[in-house]
Design a binder for this molecule. Sequence first.
Ligand SMILES: NC(=O)c1ccc[n+]([C@@H]2O[C@H](COP(=O)([O-])OP(=O)(O)OC[C@H]3O[C@@H](n4cnc5c(N)ncnc54)[C@H](O)[C@@H]3O)[C@@H](O)[C@H]2O)c1
Length: 451
Amino acid sequence: MTNTTTATNATPTNATNVTAIGQTEIPSHPLPSYLNPNDLGPWGTFLQQVDRVTPYLGNLSRWVETLKRPKRILVVDVPIFLDNGTVAHFEGYRVQHNTSRGPGKGGVRFHQDVTLSEVMALSAWMSIKNAAVNVPYGGAKGGIRVDPRKLSIGELERVTRRYTSEIGIIIGPSKDIPAPDVNTNEKIMAWMMDTYSMNQGTTSTGVVTGKPIDLGGSLGRREATGRGVFTVGVQAAQRIGLPIEGARVAVQGMGNVGGVAARLFSEAGARVVAAQDHGGSIYNEAGLNMPALLEHVSKTGTVAGFEDAEVLANEAFWQTPCDILIPAALEGQITELNAHQIQARMVIEGANGPTTPHADDILNDRGVLIVPDVIANAGGVTVSYFEWVQDFSSFFWSEEEINKRLVDIMKGALDAIWQVSAEHNVSLRTATFIVACKRILHARDLRGLYP
Ligand SMILES: NC(=O)c1ccc[n+]([C@@H]2O[C@H](COP(=O)([O-])OP(=O)(O)OC[C@H]3O[C@@H](n4cnc5c(N)ncnc54)[C@H](O)[C@@H]3O)[C@@H](O)[C@H]2O)c1
């Protein structure tokens, strides 16, 4: 019997809390008390994904419960002085999902809607992603419930520094290494690195990745996630006989990931026909002028108002006639409500968790190929790994070398996953989970439990 706890049927039980190591029976476990079984959020999606992969884990499935609860959760209060002299409090998190294969690794998100469930799921997807591309990290993630657009630059710095001090007790170059995510960037990484370093009394460049080049950052890191999306996208397109030249691409999110991926596809001859972000949606059948659009976004913060395009209703974005759809904004964007309308042959998940499990099934049934987040957007963490290695040795590589190593790792990982997908006749997502969960649980098995 395998564990069947899912987002839909998960209810707290009084079942034993002892994992039956060495036995074939795996007892059902209650959900942790801090979760609401009726509203598991993104964490529920992750639990369903683990349940789907469990039958393929063989003997290692006896360890699968370790994946269903994060190793460590830190919830912190982040008080700061606002510019008007009052004190505001924000809720912050750092979750270390699994560290069997190495230190925690994962970004920090600043967003008003961040929840613990979301950060838990994002940390777990980091465990899977790091194992899928075989970098020696566990999975972690952090976040603050704050809308950074409402803060002045001084307030943003104070929130970042106080949060870093609060989570400083569990992060560190060999413990857990944060990086940028939604609404965080190089500048914020510089403040995090400085705060941690000042508290430690030593310059510690390896505590975060995604730093400015002059502070131990890596060439190629800013573009790495988008480049990885592009690399696996091209590989997958080749395998299904979809030429990139002339392919129509729709992209949700014109930030770090979506903007770079869109530009690279456009440079390779594809037509980026539609774009959506928090400000609105635009369309141009002939293909959006990417350099001009990216300049517009960097000036105004949104695709809305771009002159050389038609305005599209936000719901209509999902029905755009296109060959490749790249969700590169937030999770839970492709649902059972819009999955039927998607016209693309291939979805490349630049964002983390953009497709709900139900929508995943609908798209799979309709023959739409999904290149899942846990491989498609792993380019960022791969170059973060390069950055961390360079910081340890204080010896820096050329951009050419970095991009070559990145492309080699991404191609190799996709090849391996494609093979597992064909072997077991499962989706690329399940195949990625099979490869990754086996690596994580094998490490757990080798290490055993201590104390
Ligand atoms: N930055 C990285 O290296 C990296 C690595 C792996 C995964 N990711 C994931 O990629 C996604 C995007 O991250 P990013 O770094 O590009 O963030 P970003 O802040 O640079 O860009 C986010 C984009 O999403 C858009 N957006 C926000 N809310 C939206 C909404 N409600 N509807 C439509 N668009 C909306 C924003 O306008 C912006 O264009 C996230 O899911 C993140 O976790 C990022």
